[in-house]
Design a protein around this ligand. Structure first.
Ligand SMILES: Cc1cc2nc3c(=O)[nH]c(=O)nc-3n(C[C@H](O)[C@H](O)[C@H](O)COP(=O)(O)OP(=O)(O)OC[C@H]3O[C@@H](n4cnc5c(N)ncnc54)[C@H](O)[C@@H]3O)c2cc1C
Length: 382
């Protein structure tokens, strides 16, 4: 068995792993950085998501994560020296309320967003209908809109991060599964098929699969898998602009430039399969049509599935584990829109030991011991 050595080993080449690795190169520490992934390019949730980003949140920390990340998306082509661009589309997000309770949450959140200069505004039901005439009026009480929210191509972002990281000397290897990690004499030893990788520091970016490598080390992380399903229609005339989110339907809707409409519909289920489940379409279609009667006659082209992660408070877990120099970054969904900020923070933590970041401090792996719960009022998932 041969051994390779590196200073930092990042496990997982999704958007969290590649973003962290790229930000590490920006610190110019001279550290050797290696990224390994058991799958192929974009094979995890980072290549199977809805591609949306929004700054409309109700917790300071989520607004901060998204605001920093949005600024990065706006400048990604230049920052990553990627002239093709990441297909940035800032047509805004309309977050809809179908009850007084949801409207109250939107109202309270918008005040916090304005503290951070997020240009969001409150709309009544008529204004929402005017913006998206294909919406159903039934139970709709209002919404909030932010023109700076939008979407980008996850494939382009991953490609840009991969090219930029490799350009800076990061060794990125696909088809390389880490079977287990041990720590011997202060050095981490990651076992892959017929090799070992010795590393001074390890950053786990395997999202829902993080417990698989942590449990044998005696580290418990409260992370489960979150399977999600998506409906894609045939291309049709423009009828959904901006991106829609309904807090009560647990649906997000994004019409792509080529005309297809993408519905991410949350359905509580277990497991880690990327297959679409039998009965999904029949279950989801009435919810979609209740929200958007104007799409009822648009034909469905296909469905796809993907698996993200879920933590008890539905917030990311970011930080050092109880094992010194073993770090973890778990997205708890929404990882696409937070990846630039998370990558920067994790790079500073892993390479420079920066622990006093106020956002990181709230999202540390140890927070669950305190019993303190972080509740984000504008989540759109069951
Ligand atoms: C259907 C769907 C829609 C979504 N929509 C949105 C959205 O609109 N906006 C948003 O912000 N987020 C969205 N998300 C969530 C987002 O996609 C994830 O939070 C994000 O991609 C997580 O990134 P990651 O790098 O942590 O994980 P991943 O992209 O899953 O990467 C983890 C990688 O680790 C690798 N790996 C696992 N175990 C090992 C091992 N033992 N050895 C080596 N490699 C290993 C895997 O192969 C994988 O490539 C959505 C998710 C889904 C499924």
């Amino acid at each position: 068995m041969t051994a390779v050595t590196t200073d930092v080993l990042v496990i997982g080449a999704g958007v969290y792993g590649l973003s962290s690795a790229w930000w590490m190169t920006r610190l110019r520490s001279g550290a050797r950085i290696m990224v390994v992934d058991e799958g192929e390019f974009a094979s995890g949730a980072s290549g199977r998501n809805g591609a949306g980003f929004r700054m409309q949140w109700g917790l300071d920390l989520n607004i901060l994560l998204s605001k920093e990340s949005t600024a990065f998306f706006e400048n990604a082509a230049e920052l990553l020296d990627y002239p093709r661009g990441i297909e940035l589309k800032q047509d805004g997000y309309l977050v809809l309320a179908h009850s007084q309770n949801a409207l109250d949450r939107l109202n309270a959140s918008i005040a916090i967003q304005h503290r951070y200069q997020v240009p969001s505004e409150l709309l009544d039901a008529d204004a929402c209908m005017k913006m998206v005439p294909s919406l159903g009026r039934n139970r709709l009480v209002g919404g909030t809109y932010c023109a700076k929210d939008g979407s980008a191509s996850p494939f382009r972002l991953l490609d840009a991060l991969l090219i930029a990281s490799r350009r800076e000397g990061v060794d990125v290897r696909y088809g390389t599964r880490v079977e287990r990690i041990e720590k011997r004499n202060g050095v981490f030893i990651a076992s892959i098929k017929d090799e070992t990788i010795e590393a001074d520091r390890v950053l786990l970016c395997t999202d829902w699969a993080a417990p698989q490598l942590l449990e044998p080390l005696g580290v418990e992380l409260p992370v489960t898998s979150l399977p999600k399903e998506v409906i894609v229609t045939v291309p049709c005339t423009p009828r959904v602009k901006p991106i829609l989110i309904s807090l009560e339907h647990h649906i997000s809707v994004n019409q792509l430039a080529r005309g297809s409409i993408i519905f991410v519909v949350s359905r509580a289920r277990e497991g880690s399969t990327i297959e679409s489940t039998p009965g999904f379409l029949g279950w989801a279609a009435p919810k979609v049509v209740d929200l958007l009667p104007g799409v009822a006659e648009v034909a469905v082209l296909r469905t796809w599935g993907g698996v993200s992660s879920l933590t008890p408070d539905m917030q990311p877990i970011l930080g050092e584990t109880p094992i010194e120099r073993l770090y973890v970054a778990v997205s708890s969904y929404r990882g696409f829109m937070t990846s630039p900020a998370v990558g920067r923070m994790m790079a500073a933590l892993v390479v420079e030991g920066v622990k006093d970041d106020p956002v990181l401090a709230q999202l540390s792996p140890s927070r669950f011991k305190t019993g303190k719960t972080i509740i984000e009022p504008l989540l759109n998932q069951e």
